[in-house]
Write a protein that binds this ligand. Structure first.
Ligand SMILES: Nc1nc2c(c(=O)[nH]1)N[C@H]1C(S)=C(S)[C@@H](COP(=O)(O)O)O[C@H]1N2
Ligand SMILES: [Mo]
Length: 219
């Protein structure tokens, strides 16, 4: 366990499940909430690494792109620099996975999703936003009303540092009032749609509206 902690994020990214041991993984699958599968992989600071994809490519200044398209007047693509040049908002919120682990009072910083939506010009009739990820597997969604909230960020920083690869860097979603599964890591696509398209975990029965207690229905 100690050597695993010392191995750091790179090792976890390479083989997140194997490092925890298959026995432990199977135990986690059978007894626990699958969105908390990596409960077997403690990370420094109380965070746990999670990915439904076995391996995820690394993206940085040289090759990261965020596409915004769908029911918008001005579809487009942002580089990391372009995102950094936009107004940045810092939110201190709670991180909470549905299986119980969490890190209260975590700062995230980035561009308000509403800013990107306004810049793209959402068309009449649009109802929802779908998020896709460069892991090639994960997806998420929000209603347009949720997406326009002032506590939903396209985050470039977590804990006042650039988002690490393990935490979904260089860019992830941070939907502060919702369970952390809503906060898609490795964000690469934002598509405005005419209805909610359930995301990866939502296909398995998780709530499309993943409100944390105290936020319920407050969109
Ligand atoms: N692309 C992607 N985003 C994801 C996930 C994932 O597997 N892939 N897991 C979700 C879940 S269930 C949680 S709890 C958090 C975990 O984020 P962390 O690895 O930064 O702790 O990411 C969410 N976003
Ligand atoms: Mo989770």
């Amino acid at each position: 366990m100690l050597s695993m902690l010392g191995a750091g994020a790179a090792g976890l990214v390479a083989a997140p499940y194997v490092q925890g041991g298959w026995g432990k993984v199977l135990e986690a699958v059978s007894q626990k909430d699958p969105t908390g599968l990596t409960g077997v992989l403690p990370n420094p600071g109380g965070f746990r690494y999670f990915s439904v994809a076995g391996s995820v490519p690394r993206k940085d200044d040289t090759n990261y792109q965020l596409t915004i398209d769908g029911l918008v007047d001005r579809p487009g693509t942002y580089t990391l620099d372009a995102l950094r040049e936009l107004p940045q908002t810092r939110i201190v919120g709670d991180v909470r996975c549905t299986d119980g682990w969490g890190v209260p009072g975590t700062p995230f910083e980035g561009v308000l999703l509403s800013h990107l939506l306004d810049a793209a010009g959402v068309r009449p009739g649009a109802q929802a936003v779908r998020f896709t990820c460069f892991d090639g597997v994960y997806s998420e969604s929000l209603t347009l009303a949720q997406a326009r909230r002032s506590d939903v960020l396209v985050a470039l920083k977590m804990q006042d540092k650039p988002l690490t690869h393990a935490h979904g860097g260089p860019v992830r979603l941070y939907a502060a009032p919702m369970y952390f599964y809503k906060s898609a890591k490795w964000l690469s696509g934002i598509s405005v749609t005419d209805k909610v398209i359930p995301g990866y975990w939502e296909e398995y029965g998780y709530d499309v509206d993943g409100w944390l207690d105290g936020h319920h229905g407050s969109a």
